[in-house]
Design a protein around this ligand. Structure first.
Ligand SMILES: [Fe+2]
Length: 301
């Protein structure tokens, strides 16, 4: 398996101040307080130098997802596979690698136009998380699980078959679950394919078979207790941020979570109790329900 974790996200924001206020004040992430010539802001959740890079832009949405390879040889192997399959790789210049705190990276688009940055050698600074809202820790891995990435992201992939082939055959991700969610009458057929990287998190990426505004269906961050989820829900409501889904528990990754809409429109799932899986003994599931309970959706507009 080539990809170790989903390490970081680059997010375009028409109002970076609003995103930072949301990231720190609602999600409880820490402002890395880093200078950047292009005006990007950086949010951290653990000993990584950042997990979200918030970049000033004229349009809101996801710019790219950073996928981590364990080392240079794994990284070269995946680049080789992608190149042989006809995908165009763009080498990241040294100054941009330094900005991402990685040793080297390449940019590639998946078959549906989602931008990925494949990298290795993240430079950690080991500064402890000091959450402005008192979040004790974000679940991103420990000495037993290794790095499990920031959480997960669901990408729009209208050509699901081509995307599934790209992520499994070329990047080496594994399928953990295929979900055919129950839908209201007349709604278009929906499939969500959940993929795991080389870490115990039940899914690091998921593929949704329709287009989606903003380039990402949702992103997820995980904390360590139900109380911290509840407190974040209170902060989201107090801040007037739209709640996209009420508290609930997903079937496949067991995540107990709610969904809030960030400034600019990206939905953020905030959860705890996510399933950790031993892939040696796991059989991928096929689900016909998204939730054990809850998660009543309320789409703005
Ligand atoms: Fe999720």
């Amino acid at each position: 398996m080539t990809i170790a974790a989903i390490g970081y996200l680059r997010i375009a924001a028409t109002d970076t101040d609003a995103w930072m206020a949301f990231g720190t004040g609602v999600l409880g992430l820490m402002d890395a307080a880093r200078e950047d010539a292009a005006g990007a802001r950086f949010l951290r959740m653990d000993n990584h130098p950042f997990r979200f890079m918030i970049e000033p832009a004229s349009k809101d949405g996801l710019i790219a997802a950073g996928l981590e390879c364990r080392g240079r040889s794994e990284w070269l192997a995946v680049c080789e596979r992608l190149g042989s399959a006809g995908h165009t790789l763009q080498a990241g210049p040294a100054d941009e690698a330094a900005r991402r705190c990685v040793t080297e990276y390449v940019t590639v688009e998946d078959p549906c136009g989602n931008t990925l940055e494949l990298y290795y050698g993240r430079r950690l600074d080991y500064a402890p998380l000091i959450s402005p809202t008192g979040v004790k820790q974000f679940i991103t891995g420990d000495e037993y699980t290794g790095d499990m990435g920031f959480g997960h992201a669901v990408l729009p992939t209208p050509d699901l078959e081509a995307a599934a082939n790209f992520y499994t055959e070329l990047l080496g991700l594994g399928v953990s679950d295929t979900l055919y969610p129950p839908l209201p009458e007349g709604a278009p057929e929906t499939t969500i394919l959940f993929l795991h990287a080389d870490n115990p998190r039940q899914h690091s990426l998921a593929l949704y078979n329709h287009p989606y505004t903003g380039g990402v269906v949702h992103i997820m961050v995980e904390v360590s207790s139900l109380d911290e989820v509840g407190r974040a829900m209170d902060r989201a409501k107090t801040g007037g941020h739209p709640i996209l889904a009420s508290l609930g528990r997903h079937v496949n990754d067991n995540m107990c979570s709610f969904y809030v809409v960030a400034p600019g429109g990206i939905a953020v799932e905030y959860g705890y109790d996510g399933l950790l899986v031993d892939w040696e003994t796991y059989t991928p599931t096929v689900s016909t329900e998204g939730d054990y309970w809850g998660h009543e959706y309320n789409f703005p507009g």
